[in-house]
Structure formats: structure tokens, C-alpha cells
Design a binder for this molecule. Sequence first.
Ligand code: UT7
Length: 335
Amino acid sequence: MKQSIIRSTGRYLPERVVTNDDLAQLMETSDEWIQQRTGIRERRWVPEEGGVGSADLGLEASKIALERAGWKPEDIDLIIFATLSPDLFFPGSGCLLQEKLGLKDTPALDIRQQCTGFLYGMLTADAYIKSGHANKILFVGSEVHSTGLDISTKGRDVTVIFGDGAGVVCLEGIETDESQGVLACSVHSQGKYANALMTEAPASRQNPRLSREMLDEGRHYPIMDGKNVFKLAITRLPQVTKAVLEKAGLGIEDIDLIIPHQANFRINQAFQQSMGIAEEKMFHNIQRYGNTTAGSIPIALDEAIEQKLIGEKGSTVLFAGLGAGLTWGAMIYRF
Ligand code: UT7
């Protein structure tokens, strides 16, 4: 049977390090508040002058992953690009990346599932591979949040948590009888919580889509009901994790590493405790990067493989995440 195998991964984080103390110069916040509430110490942001979009970060991470896979760009059958911060309102960043990779007419598909972009993207890739529509897929999760944040005290609850970055996975279909690849996946959405975390403008339901008045009101900045999202995360993540374990016929003890979306260290601690997961099996890097949304899980996966925490043949990883939409889900993958 055909299975989707991770051939390689790659990541790219912009060079500019923005510490909590740097943010405290720009708004009323403190290193202590941010670390206590979120676990974040610093994040990476693209150069302040602009000119670097999600496709640019995706390109750098793609070059690394392609080289590790031993693939040339022409080998790719499909690009799947997950982002909530596309370079343009349209067309999607996948098309822009396709051009940056020097490709002629390789198909590109954008996914707008925010913090679960990796889960939806991997599931889509797996379906393309198993149905025979593509065999070598470049999955990219990439975000440039920093150019769209309200860097003032008014926006501090949201601004301090987000970072820029990209993670890439090269996935390939192989024929195998072994228990390998995507063992189980479960994804969900609930639009009734759309207002809990959103950026309202520019919006097709407004005419014009962006006005001076909307800019003055700051409606182009993300807003979040943090407490509600926090509560939803600590209840839904254990639920969906139990559901995928059941689908795969596995127990949590069969999982070698859990890579949760990096939204808040406290959310992931609560998740760990409610599932009875051993501390050394949880992967965290939010301290250094903040929340990079669609980039978060693939960046973490790349680091975990580099640190040899996962990646040996037969080793099993569980991914889980929740974010804007509301969307949430989990996936179990075996190397
Ligand atoms: O990946 C997308 C999914 N998103 C998430 O998973 C986010 C989930 N939510 C959270 O992580 C947390 O809700 C936050 C970290 C965003 C906020 O933590 P909180 O404990 O829920 O704080 P809060 O929003 O209830 O605010 C507590 C206080 C308020 O002041 P008062 O009203 O008590 O005087 C805020 O104004 O902290 C204040 N505050 C801040 N103070 C310093 C809010 N943001 C900041 C800040 N620095 N950056």
C-alpha cells in the first residue's frame, strides 16, 4: 500500500531577534509578564523596512529541505503552502514560491487553516499521494506576522506572542507493507468561534475593503479573546489526541515525541498534565520563536529531528494544535 513518507525537513527563521525587553521599549509590557503567561523569551521578526514575505521565508526553508531530500525543484509534483499571512491578498503564496523556485507550471495550493495549517496540509498531501494525484509534495508552513501587528500597548496581548518563521516538509509516496507514514489524523473546525481570533480587514464584506476609517480604528490588526482560546485549547487538545490514538489503536505510551503547536507554554503544560505525558516526551521551542502559526509544528519537527529526538525508523510522533477558525486537530506519524 502507498504511504506518505517524510523525506526531509527544513526551517528558516529571520535573523532579527526581538526580545521581551525590546518589546517593553515599545509598549507597556515586561519580560516577567510575557514569560510567566506564555513562556516566550524572544521571537524572530523580518526586517522592519519590509520587503520580506511568507513566500521568501518559505523559499529559504524549502532550499534546505530540498537539498536534504536530494530533490531538484523540478521533482516536486505539488506545492502546499499554509499561511494566514500571505504575501498578497491574492494570488496565494504557493504560486509566488513556485516562481521563486524557478518552476514552470508545478501546481500550488494554499491552505488557510492558521495554527492547524500543518495538520490540514499534511492530511491533504497524504490524500493526494494515496489517490495517485501527486507523489512528491513540498509542504510549506510560513508566516510573517510582524508586519501586521499593533506594536503598541493596545495590541500587546496579541503582539507579544507572535513570531515570523517557516518550516518545510518534503513528503514522498512509497509502496510498503510496513506500518509507516500517517497512521491517523483528526481535524475539526467551528466557525462560531471565528471572532475569538481574527483579523477583520481588508475584507470582501466591506466596501471598500480597507478605508482610512478602518485603519484609524486598527481593524487591520489581529484581535483575540485570549482567555476563551486558552480554555478551548486545554479542553480540545486532549480530546482530539485521545481520538487519534484510538483511531491508530495506540496508547500515549506508544508515542515517542509529542510536538504540539507552539501557542503558549502554559497551554502545552496543561495538555501534558491532563494526558499524563512524561515531560521529556513534550517538545517546546516557543521560548525562542513565539507562535509562528502554520510554521510552528514543521519548525519544531525540523529541530526535533536535528536533535535526534525523533526520526529513527519506527519512531512515532504525535502532532496536535488549535487556533483561529476555530480549527483544531491531531495526527500520528511513524517514520
Ligand atoms: O495560536 C493561536 C491560538 N492562541 C492562543 O492559544 C492564545 C491563548 N491565550 C493566551 O495565551 C493568553 O490568554 C494570553 C497570553 C494571550 C493572555 O494571558 P491571560 O492570562 O489570558 O491575560 P489576560 O488577557 O486576561 O490579561 C490579564 C492582564 C490584563 O490586565 P488587567 O485587566 O488585569 O489590568 C491585560 O490588560 O494582563 C494585561 N496584559 C498585559 N500586560 C502586560 C495583556 N497583555 C499584556 C502584556 N503585557 N503583553
